[in-house]
Design a protein. Structure first.
Ligand SMILES: [Zn+2]
Ligand SMILES: [Zn+2]
Length: 184
């Protein structure tokens, strides 16, 4: 666990949610804060927000904790691009902001030649916004609403499965795990 001294209370909430303090979480914290500021979200979080995140690492938990854009609610969309890029869409006001991490320069090598994670974390917390993230207004393209679709029973395990996620193997309709097992 990194120790960089007392944390701001909004960051402490994010750390409690995530389980530890780490550089990735701080990237998400600064990015989510920058997005909220840019969109003038204020303290109340009942806005119709959607976050489109381009990685599935620690940083995303800051968006879940701070903006209440969560995987379960369907207003957290994951694109597997391996990039610290986050787009937050405010559907009520038809605005969107794209926030990308630009703070690689904040990394310093410690005495052992590896990144000094504590120094990096401290800089991620305290550096001016423009040294941590780039913030751009973009046109909002809300993702399609989730469609409620009927389930079908997998012909192998019998578990109800969203129809669009099933695979036809010969005569049988299978869930993905069963189809993969069958292929082996
Ligand atoms: Zn982490
Ligand atoms: Zn199955």
């Amino acid at each position: 666990m990194l120790d960089i001294g007392p944390l701001p209370s909004d960051l402490q909430d994010v750390v409690d949610f995530h389980g530890h303090l780490c550089p990735g979480l701080l990237i998400g914290y600064r990015a989510a804060k920058a997005a909220a500021e840019h969109l003038n979200l204020g303290a109340s979080r009942d806005e119709e927000l959607v976050a489109v995140v381009e990685n599935n690492s620690c940083s995303v938990d800051a968006f879940q904790a701070m903006l209440s854009t969560t995987f379960g609610k369907g207003n957290l969309i994951f694109h597997d691009h391996g990039k610290q890029v986050f787009t937050v869409i405010d559907r009520d006001h038809e605005r969107a902001v794209r926030v990308s991490f630009v703070g690689d320069k904040l990394k310093h090598a410690g005495p052992d030649g590896k990144t000094d994670r504590e120094a990096f974390a401290r800089d991620l917390l305290n550096a001016p916004t423009e040294q941590v993230v780039k913030v751009e207004e973009v046109s909002p393209e809300p993702p399609a609403e989730a469609v409620i679709e009927p389930s079908v029973k997998c012909d192998r395990c019998g578990e109800p499965t969203q129809a669009s996620r099933t695979v036809q193997v010969g005569e049988r309709i299978l869930c993905k795990p069963c189809a993969e097992r069958q292929a082996k």
